[in-house]
Ligand binder design. Structure first.
Ligand code: NAP
Length: 266
């Protein structure tokens, strides 16, 4: 069987580094190049932490795709570059697997159209941790019976977007089954703006940012005399890699945009 040829964008980042190591230990994956915005022309092995990875570093995505002809591009950068990378990859017939968070609805619509035009798959996964995907699925199940819910997401303080992609995705899934409802007292007032968190269809999302945290989320449902809490914790970035591997394998089988691994997990 031919190996899947892969380019990783953002290899020096915390997620990107783990993704490079995933390539090293996965037999049917072949890392053919990395895309960085620094280090043009170097080999990845010249960069600290990658001594055993002798693959070229590109700063120009078009040059990289034309030369290396990968099957899949994994993006773990920033929303701005992630969108540019995903669009360019699709235009070359390369399937993107995007872990970068912060994509807008307009971004998703544009990529969906491009997938159709190019007849190629693209997977955008706001959370690669399979346990987190199950947390989202269980939350959707619970929301049928509990209309009052607050989402609390907690991340490290270097995270650029808030609320997290996972929190937004959880709220979207809940909204599919929960009757639209403005929660809390009808006359409640915030004495400090933002005290009640972000409003998503009447439910609230709270974002905590602290050093030491990785990625954590608690979905709390309340009803008369009872509450139900569904919680997931990622303790390190390796926790995301089983989802990256799964997404790479799945993106080769589809020709549409998939937003969220829950849509392809049985
Ligand atoms: P990070 O450590 O800041 O890494 C981002 C990397 O991207 C940095 O090395 C940065 O380089 C590089 N970069 C920026 N622009 C680039 C470009 N144009 N081309 C190539 N590389 C570029 O962040 P992280 O924690 O790894 O997270 C990366 C993304 O994944 C974020 O959007 C984060 O929210 C998301 N994330 C997703 C999951 C998931 O499960 N889906 C989990 C965790 C994080 P410089 O340092 O030189 O700027």
């Amino acid at each position: 069987m031919n190996k899947v040829k892969i380019v990783i964008a953002g290899p020096r980042g915390r997620m990107g580094k783990e993704a490079v190591y995933l390539m090293g230990r996965t037999e049917n994956f072949e890392l053919v190049a990395v895309l960085d915005h620094k280090n043009e022309g170097k080999s990845l092995k010249e960069i600290e932490g990658f001594a055993s990875y002798d693959v070229p570093v590109y700063t120009d995505i078009e040059k990289c795709l034309q030369t290396e002809k990968p099957d899949v591009l994994i993006d773990l950068t920033t929303p701005e570059f992630g969108m540019h990378h995903a669009k360019t990859a699709l235009s070359y017939g390369v399937r993107p697997v995007v872990g970068t968070t912060g994509f807008t609805k307009e971004n998703l619509a544009e990529l969906e159209k491009l997938c159709e035009e190019m007849n190629r798959g693209c997977i955008i996964a706001p959370n690669f941790a399979l346990g987190a995907v199950l947390m989202m699925k269980f939350s959707k199940m619970a929301a049928r019976y509990f209309a009052d819910v607050e989402i609390m997401e907690m991340h490290h303080d270097q995270k650029l977007d808030a609320p997290s992609g996972t929190a937004v995705k959880t709220a979207e899934l809940i909204a599919e089954v929960r009757e639209s409802k403005k929660q809390g007292h009808p006359d409640e007032k915030e004495t400090i703006p933002g005290a009640r968190g972000a409003d998503f269809d009447g439910m609230r999302i709270h974002s905590t940012r602290l050093p030491g945290l990785i990625a954590h989320q608690q979905v709390m449902f309340g009803s008369d005399g009872e509450s139900l809490t569904i919680r997931h914790d990622s303790y390190n970035r390796a926790s995301f890699m089983s989802g990256v591997k799964f997404a790479v394998e799945e993106v080769l089988k589809v020709n549409v945009l998939i937003y969220g691994l829950e849509n392809i997990m049985e």
